[in-house]
Design a binder for this molecule. Structure first.
Ligand code: ADP
Ligand code: ZN
Ligand code: ZN
Length: 729
């Protein structure tokens, strides 16, 4: 009888192949189940290359074990990816049809992905030395170091705790250490939560709390409430419950929502260290937050999209704030949706998932209306603030100066005269969206994209917002030599100039991607505005975030672009944006006003929004989607391709289409040009697959992908599959 084949380690490696790789454990050791979830360093490829991967299973070798290589090194003693997390990653791989190795690499923070050890998560604290205790009671100068010293005389204080209690304590600690008055020590034991008293919940909030408290296990709750209606308060109380039960909580926020103010509010209220996780952190900080949650020491993590991958060994609650936000969808690599993954994790973990929004996505609303989610509404604004009044400014045949009507300027002037603040919103940065020739109609286009160049720097520069190309505007029209070149339309830069000219004494702050490149820039800008009268002009960066109690007027300029877009989601997105921006007006005691400047005052979307608010728009849009068989009533996947020439893209897409096996209820459509058929010099095209049933769609994709990979033409293009695409280009 031949000896039984030894068990091997199945390793997921970050390579674009839909399979795992078998390796032998080091000589003399068995491939026991304790390997699963551990990182290993393995030989890969010719020339002595190495890779870091994660063991995802063990089992008997498929082929000849003598042909297998041994791993070079085991990097973790215990599993880094435990049961539920590994299961959820398998779900991501299956649902988005991505190789598990790439999913694992996407999930891990950079340091861990590259094989660095799990960071030390022992807590450190500070304590006064004997000398320090003696000095603390003597008379002396009352500065930060002394304040800190007094905190440290009764025993060690946790560093995370000091962050909450004494912001900016670190330099004081260094001063004390230099003088031998305090020292850094390792702290033992968990941090005791010190929650701050919560306000009495209003009836709507109480109902939401009840939905989360009653019952056990997974359930999805959609909390729909306008800005300022007290959603965050519900999150905080639910998290506080969860902490009392000794569980962890994960809070996802959109990219533009994670402000220092948000974190400070969570920290102050929960009385435990709240970990942050976002792309602005260093690799070390991110790995540490991840390790903290993995060890169970971290209790609450607030983070953007990729935080959805953090380990939650003691999970109690998952919250997705602004669940409709587009930034939850990853737009390259593994194209996962963090909200959807949060729901999957919640169901595998057996804990509630709370989705909050003033303007829920049609997908979530559909799930709520069909009874799969609990649907709760917060109707009023908390703290007595009233909803803003909305006025449509019909600007047809009215003169516009730099894109602004006289009525709008009057409203801004009146607001300033009351000593209050106005927000002028235009979702377009730069000076003007296009430079045109007034004589022949020529316009400045990007040489590498199917797109107009945006005018910047008051007309002195052209920039392509799609590929970043820069150019100097020509002096004369290249087509007709006319000198009548004019910037057409207005972006935030032009609005800022026009407002500065009209209100020379007002404090004016522009907020868009250009002025907020640095992470803390937004805070700085808003600090400059302070509490006095002033004008904010900016893009959707302003739609969310900071509370501005003196802001009473929101003037929306140029909603018209969004009214006539070809994208089937455009109406939903526009309504969400308008509600979000309007929500900035009158959040405190002062009443708010919203003015919408438009050339299409009779557009049904605007009328519905004004008369029935977001719920009416959503109902209308859902009916349209159902009639047209679009999501959430159908399921889509988009096969995108790009290459140096149009011919290569077409050849690939035609062959891919031919390889698609027809089946009931699933259709492949195309090839069709991408809405932007050329970008950064690459030709682009796509095939859209639609299906009435999700299961049928996935079965079709599972069969189709191996056929696509086998196409010779696939090697001559860059292609990707996007399941549940949110942007159709
Ligand atoms: P949202 O997250 O929906 O925008 P918030 O939770 O931030 O709303 O609440 C808006 C404001 O109302 C905040 O200043 C908050 O402190 C206050 N607030 C919320 N709930 C209550 C309550 N039950 N009683 C008093 N004030 C509340
Ligand atoms: Zn011309
Ligand atoms: Zn370009």
């Amino acid at each position: 009888m031949p000896p039984a084949a030894p068990d091997v380690l199945r390793v997921a490696l970050p390579v674009p192949l839909p399979r795992e790789f078998d390796y032998l454990p080091p000589a003399g050791t068995g491939a026991g189940p304790d390997w699963v979830g551990c990182r290993v360093r393995v030989p890969f490829g010719r020339g002595g290359g190495e890779m870091v991967g994660v063991v995802v299973a063990t089992g008997p070798a498929d082929g000849d074990p003598a042909a297998l290589k041994s791993i070079h090194e085991r990097l973790d003693k215990g599993a880094l990816l435990h049961g539920e997390l590994l299961e959820s990653l398998r779900w991501v791989a299956a649902y988005y049809h991505a190789p598990l190795g790439e999913v694992v690499a996407t999930a891990l923070p950079t340091l861990l992905r590259t094989g660095q050890p799990l960071p030390d998560t022992r807590r450190h604290g500070w304590v006064a030395t004997a000398e320090g205790r003696a000095q603390a009671t003597e008379a002396g100068r009352e500065g930060r170091p002394r304040q800190l010293l007094r905190q440290l005389i009764d025993g060690p204080c946790d560093e995370d705790d000091l962050d909450v209690r004494l912001p900016g304590w670190r330099s004081a600690a260094r001063t004390l250490a230099r003088r031998g008055l305090a020292e850094r020590v390792v702290c033992e034991g968990p941090v005791a939560p010190r929650p701050v008293a919560a306000p009495e919940p209003m009836p709507g909030q109480a109902a939401a709390m009840q939905a989360l408290r009653g019952g056990e296990g997974f359930r999805a709750v959609l909390l729909e409430g306008v800005t300022g209606s007290g959603k965050t308060e519900v999150y905080l109380q639910a998290i506080a419950d969860c902490l009392v039960a000794g569980r962890q909580a994960l809070v996802l926020v959109p990219e533009i929502g994670l402000t220092p103010q948000t974190l400070a509010r969570f920290r102050a209220r929960l009385g435990v260290p709240v970990l942050a996780f976002h792309s602005g952190l260093g690799d070390g900080e991110r790995a540490r937050a991840w390790a903290d949650m993995a060890s169970g020491r971290g209790r609450v993590l607030v983070g953007t999209r990729s935080a959805v991958f953090c380990p939650l060994p003691d999970a109690g609650l998952l919250v997705v704030d602004e669940e409709h936000d587009g930034s939850y969808k990853q737009q390259d690599g593994v194209r996962y949706h963090a909200r959807d993954l949060a729901l999957v994790r919640g169901s595998k973990l057996g804990v509630p998932v709370l989705l909050g929004s003033a303007t829920p996505s049609l997908e979530s609303l559909h799930n709520a209306l069909s009874g799969r989610y609990r649907h709760l509404r917060l109707a009023e604004r908390a703290g007595g603030a009233r909803p803003p009044s909305v006025r449509v400014l019909d600007v047809r045949k009215r003169p516009l100066r730099d894109g602004l009507s006289e009525d709008l300027l009057d409203a801004v002037g009146a607001c300033l005269a009351r000593g209050e603040q106005a927000l002028v919103f235009k979702n377009r940065r730069g000076y003007a969206p296009v430079l045109i020739c007034h004589d022949c109609g020529w316009s400045a286009h990007c040489a590498r994209c199917d797109a107009a160049m945006t005018v910047h720097a008051g007309g002195r520069r052209l920039i392509c917002h799609h590929c970043g190309a820069r150019a100097t505007p020509p002096n004369a029209c290249p087509d007709c030599a006319s000198l009548a070149l004019q910037p057409q339309g207005a972006g935030t830069e032009r609005l800022e100039q026009a407002l500065a000219a009209r209100f020379p004494d007002a404090c004016l702050v522009r907020v868009d991607r250009e002025t907020t490149r640095r992470r803390d820039a937004l805070e700085k800008h808003l600090a400059r505005l302070g509490d006095g009268p002033g004008i904010l002009v900016g893009t959707q960066i302003l739609a969310k975030g900071h509370d501005l109690p003196r802001l009473t007027l929101v003037a929306v300029v140029g909603v018209d672009e969004g009214l006539f877009s070809a994208d089937f989601r455009a109406g939903e997105k526009l309504a969400q944006l308008l509600i979000q921006v309007a929500g900035r007006a009158g959040r405190a005691q002062l009443p708010g006003e919203v003015v919408l400047q438009t050339h299409h005052p009779d557009h049904p979307l605007l009328g519905t929004l004004l008369n029935g608010g977001y719920p009416a728009v959503a109902a209308l849009q859902l009916a349209e989607r159902e009639a047209a068989a679009f999501p959430p009533y159908a399921h889509l996947a988009l096969l995108r391709a790009e290459a140096g020439t149009e011919a290569l893209v077409q050849a690939f897409l035609h062959e891919a289409h031919a390889a698609f096996e027809a089946r009931e209820g699933v259709h492949a459509n195309g090839p069709m040009p991408a809405p932007m058929a050329r970008r950064a010099g690459m030709a682009r095209g796509q095939l859209l697959v639609d299906a009435s049933q999700r299961g049928a769609l996935h079965a079709a994709l599972r069969d189709w992908l191996p056929a696509i990979r086998a196409l010779p033409s696939a090697r001559r293009v860059r292609w990707s599959l996007d399941v549940d695409p949110t942007d159709l280009y």
